[in-house]
Design a binder for this molecule. Sequence first.
Ligand SMILES: C[S@@+](CC[C@H](N)C(=O)[O-])C[C@H]1O[C@@H](n2cnc3c(N)ncnc32)[C@H](O)[C@@H]1O
Length: 378
Amino acid sequence: MKLSYPKKKKETTILKKSGKGKLRIIEGDTTSLNKLIYGDNLSSMKCLINDYGYKGKIDLVYIDPPFSTNNTFRINGKRASTISSSRDGETAYTDNLIGQDFIEFLRERVILLKELMSDRASIYLHIDYKIGHYVKVMMDEIFGIKNFRNDITRIKCNPKNFKRKGYGNIKDLILFYTKSDNFTFNEPRIPYTKEDIKRLYSKIDENGRRYTTIPIHAPGETKNGESSKKWKGMKPPIGRHWRIKPKELDKLESKGLIEWSKNNNPRQIIYADERESRGKYIQDIWEYKDPQYPKYPTEKNKSLLDLIIKTSSNEDDVLLDCFSGSGTTLLSANRQNRRWVGIDNSSKSIDVIKSELEKLDNTLFHESQYGYYEHSDI
Ligand SMILES: C[S@@+](CC[C@H](N)C(=O)[O-])C[C@H]1O[C@@H](n2cnc3c(N)ncnc32)[C@H](O)[C@@H]1O
């Protein structure tokens, strides 16, 4: 299956096309670990690949491109406005590519991002529900469906009253892909709430300990081997095998960790107090509302970026956001001791990022490790 549209270029043409212009260093020096680039991201990424040796060096990409909304996003004094009808304030950026022009714009950039990514790298692409499904097909083509990991639903706001006929939209999506099977993933866990514990561990033993039970057999019959043998004179039910070898089941039983139901069905006991400290797995619906008073339009929640960066990179890894906006990704990367490269072609974005970097104290942000570049066509 492929996305097909008249303006679609060949991948080889996109990769072969030599970059336009150069990156000029304005502050810092060329060896700086962290780089902020003012310029178009396509030409700037070509420079990173051709002149700065970044091919295969990026360990994590997060991008939050324009969503093809046909809107203009403005900054009004210190406030950012995402209301396109507002004529006040200065333009931060315009989002006016639609249909195939938008898809091809994004596709060219994602193809270069893949070139920049290391073998263990991940990419998270933030997009909305209107165009997101075309972007999913585009991403499948570039990374291969086998490298598609998640379509994360992000709850972005509270339910609101709306005029249109249809259901209210409170979510957008984040498509998560990796370059290979061997990707960095620091399994994220969050603490159980009291309600979780009550719901998941609903039974209480004679000592007042909360517990639950799980089956000791699982689907799939094995003809030979330990997991098909009798335990306590019983074979596993038809079409199933013992999840735990009979010898280990004996050990569990001697520790009082098998519960027999009224109709003689054995189940393993799991105590809440032994599992609680591990925390619970994070699922694919995330609630991270964006800042109420953003410094820049469409500024994302910083905890959302903290989670992505903690999960999909390690200290000293190099991160890239080529639609940096207010620099949410770069600042989170900095806080978590990762190196970063940020690109944006809006002077407003660069102003906001620079002023946020200045606010960081010296232990978090080392001027000496930072270079500011501008892309020029000549
Ligand atoms: C949705 S905003 C990103 C917001 C950001 N995630 C944040 O948390 O603040 C998209 C950004 O992409 C930038 N952008 C759009 N087209 C670009 C291009 N061709 N090259 C570089 N930046 C671009 C816009 O200037 C804008 O700042």
